[in-house]
Design a binder for this molecule. Structure first.
Ligand code: BT5
Length: 270
């Protein structure tokens, strides 16, 4: 087993100033998001970070689960309190995806898939789960990020073999999880501060540059039916803009997206 993550090892690679002022590195936990939610309800500070060596009930979106084997990857959650509004939750997740893509990009060329997956070679390497807690006057977001760092092909469950990858699989060598965590916090703080200072437009432009989707034909399963079209890019408000076959523009706010045409850089998972 590699050395366990420690706050000092993560800080050694981070230049973030307020994200990670408090870092807790746990051994086993059900879900780092659930743990940070409890810390938030107890009054923990903005920017508190929790990592775990393994999760026994790692969560994805919409009730899905996140495969979280011990000692191999990064399972990290951050408490965010400042300037939050429920309508900004999707912008916040997109911003986190961009920052994670930039962090992973320090090791391998990575791309973004809407809403906030990071892919290498069309396979998912990062997943993001942003959860809003709004009880009485207590409002905060728990931003959960799972990065497959050192998981080997043999450690991938069969159902993920074609859909998932890790930095180590793509780089051909194991990498230091603390370094990945430190760089992730650094990029996150920079982009999150930018979001609050300047709004979403610059983030959307950077997202479009790193997205593997612009110009691709996609299918979206929306609550109202199936829509297909060519991706134009992320709108300044976080919606995904499509050009439909009849030439009309369509905005996707929520839904599962599949890239059509056997495109080999973007996976067709959820
Ligand atoms: C996500 O959901 O991608 C959000 C994942 C967030 C995980 C982090 S880890 C730290 C924090 N604590 C938590 O409990 N969660 C967060 P979604 O877009 O719904 O994708 C889930 C789907 O991705 C699953 O249904 C699988 O198909 C696939 N998947 C599961 N585990 C994976 C893994 N380790 N790598 C790549 N794909 C995976």
């Amino acid at each position: 087993m590699p050395p366990a993550l420690t706050p000092d090892a993560i800080r050694a690679h981070s230049s973030a100033r307020w994200i990670g002022t408090r870092i807790e590195c746990l051994d086993t936990i059900d879900s780092t998001n659930s743990h940070v939610r409890s810390l938030g309800l107890e009054g923990a500070a903005d920017g508190t970070v929790v990592t775990a060596e393994e999760q026994t009930a790692g969560r994805g979106r919409l009730g899905r689960s996140w495969v979280s084997p011990r000692g191999r990857n990064l399972y990290l959650s951050i408490l965010l309190r400042s300037g939050l509004d429920a309508s900004l939750l999707s912008q916040l997740s997109l911003t986190a995806g961009l920052a994670a893509c930039e962090a992973v990009g320090e090791w391998c060329a990575a791309t973004l898939k809407w809403p906030n997956d990071v892919l290498i070679g069309g396979r998912k390497v990062v997943g993001i789960l942003a959860e809003l807690e709004a009880r009485d006057s207590d409002r905060f977001v728990v931003l959960g990020i799972g990065v497959n760092v050192n998981m080997s092909r043999a450690e991938l469950p069969a159902e993920l073999a074609d859909k998932a990858t890790s930095i180590a699989i793509e780089c051909g060598r194991e990498v230091d999880r603390a370094q990945v965590a430190g760089r992730l916090l650094t990029h996150l703080e920079r982009r999150y501060d930018q979001l609050h200072r300047d709004g979403f437009a610059e983030i959307a432009a950077a997202w479009n540059r790193l997205s593997a989707m612009v110009g691709r034909q996609i299918r979206v399963d929306e609550p109202g039916g199936i829509v297909t079209g060519e991706v134009l890019g992320l709108a300044p408000d976080g919606a995904l803009c499509l050009k439909r076959e009849d030439g009309r523009e369509h905005r996707v706010i929520a839904g599962d997206v599949t890239v059509l045409g056997g495109y080999d850089r973007v996976g067709s998972g959820e």
